[in-house]
Design a protein around this ligand. Structure first.
Ligand code: DAH
Length: 372
């Protein structure tokens, strides 16, 4: 450090020599230009603009100069320090901008990515539709009854007045369950929900007002309109003074509850071993209401331009069935029906293909929402 004396010449003070000041400035500017990050720049700032930086130390020397020499040296050092501090500011701005745009890219959130990593499923629409169908009857005072899916042949056929040679009993329709030894077990996968009629009559006090939703099985190939596993809603009423008019009224109330009001229903004569008389029950097409019939310009996809949609079978319970279940036919009579759940889902929600109902794709199920 130079001492203060009258012959002091700043040129003689090494750190204040113009070349030296320029060197310190250039070194600082090079370090600033070379700072690749804000952290680097922080160190560069400390080294070249901090209290102990060469330029700061040189600055301190100025006070020790002769007053005449101070202005000159002060200008030089001050100019160098200003340049350094401006370069620092500029580099800081560039590095901050670089950091900001990098952060924008690195921390960007793709809002189109799936947000629900454990997506919740939904109850199958066949389940919810079957429950809604049953609920309409529960609203009329019916109870819900159940029976097993692996059923005794006697319940599935005999008690329902299917004679042993009835075509429905052949291998064509029925899944027979083998016994452990490979022979006949007397069990089948129930081909309809009608055996629950017998179970309800045997298990309950009269009068009986029940519906039985459930799974049924037949040896059909899966295609757009068939499935080896499907669902029915059985209904049975056995009471005193029961007539077909009550059946008609119950069916009308069901159609109104499921599809809306003002739709006509009709019964077409049919045959089932367990009902006499028997009928197929149709409802007016709720889309075209018959307007598509005979009008090629207005085809209806829902009813295939027939004007009517088939819902299922029904009839007055055959007294033989009541007798098989131990009911006094002199006192009691009843009626029954069997409605297709898949058909109801197809019509109520415009599902075109049975495959959608059985494939278990959650996108199909979720589309119906979480209906309880
Ligand atoms: N069990 C019949 C079937 O699977 C449907 C049926 C018809 C049920 C008439 C009934 C009925 O209760 O009365 O095709």
């Amino acid at each position: 450090m130079s001492a203060s004396n009258n012959s002091y010449d700043p040129v003689e003070v090494t750190s204040l020599h113009p070349d030296e000041v320029a060197r310190m400035r250039d070194e600082a500017l090079a370090a600033i230009a070379g700072a690749a990050s804000l952290a680097d720049l922080k160190e560069v700032r400390l080294a070249h603009a901090g209290d102990r930086s060469p330029l700061a130390l040189a600055n301190r020397e100025i006070g020790a100069l002769q007053p005449t020499a101070r202005a000159d040296a002060g200008k030089r050092v001050g100019g160098a320090r200003r340049e350094v501090s401006e370069a620092l500011k500029a580099r800081q701005a560039v590095l901050e901008e670089e950091r900001d745009s990098r952060v924008l890219v690195e921390e960007a959130v793709d809002v189109t990515l799936p947000w629900d990593r454990a997506p919740r499923g939904a109850r199958h629409p066949l389940t919810t539709v079957a429950e809604r169908m049953a609920d309409i009857f529960v609203g009329m005072g019916f109870e819900v009854a159940e029976g097993p899916e692996v059923e005794a042949e006697w319940f599935n056929f005999d008690a329902l007045n299917f004679l042993p040679d009835h075509p429905a009993r052949t291998m064509q329709d029925t899944f027979f369950v083998e016994s452990r030894t490979g022979g006949e077990s007397g069990l089948v996968l129930r081909t309809h929900t009608s055996p629950v009629q017998i179970r309800a009559l045997l298990g309950r006090e009269l009068p009986v007002y029940v519906v039985a939703p459930g799974k049924t099985f037949r040896t059909d190939e899966l295609d757009a309109t068939h499935s080896p596993v499907f669902h029915q809603l059985e209904g049975l009423v056995v009471d005193e003074g029961i007539t077909l008019a009550h059946l008609r009224g119950a069916i009308d109330a069901f159609v109104e509850g499921m599809f809306g009001s003002g739709l006509r229903t009709r019964f077409r004569p049919s045959y089932f071993p367990f009902t006499e008389p028997s009928a197929e029950v149709d409802m007016e097409c709720f889309v075209c209401r018959g307007a598509s019939v005979g009008d090629p310009d207005r085809p209806c996809r829902t009813c295939s331009s027939e004007g009517w949609i088939e819902l299922g079978g029904c009839g007055v319970v055959n007294p033989r069935v009541l007798t098989a279940a131990g009911v006094d036919t002199g006192r009691y009579s009843g009626w029954a029906f069997g409605l297709g759940v898949e058909r109801t889902l197809m019509f109520a929600h415009g599902v075109q293909d049975m495959h959608d109902m059985v494939e278990g794709d959650v996108r199909f199920t979720s589309a119906f929402g979480m209906e309880i």
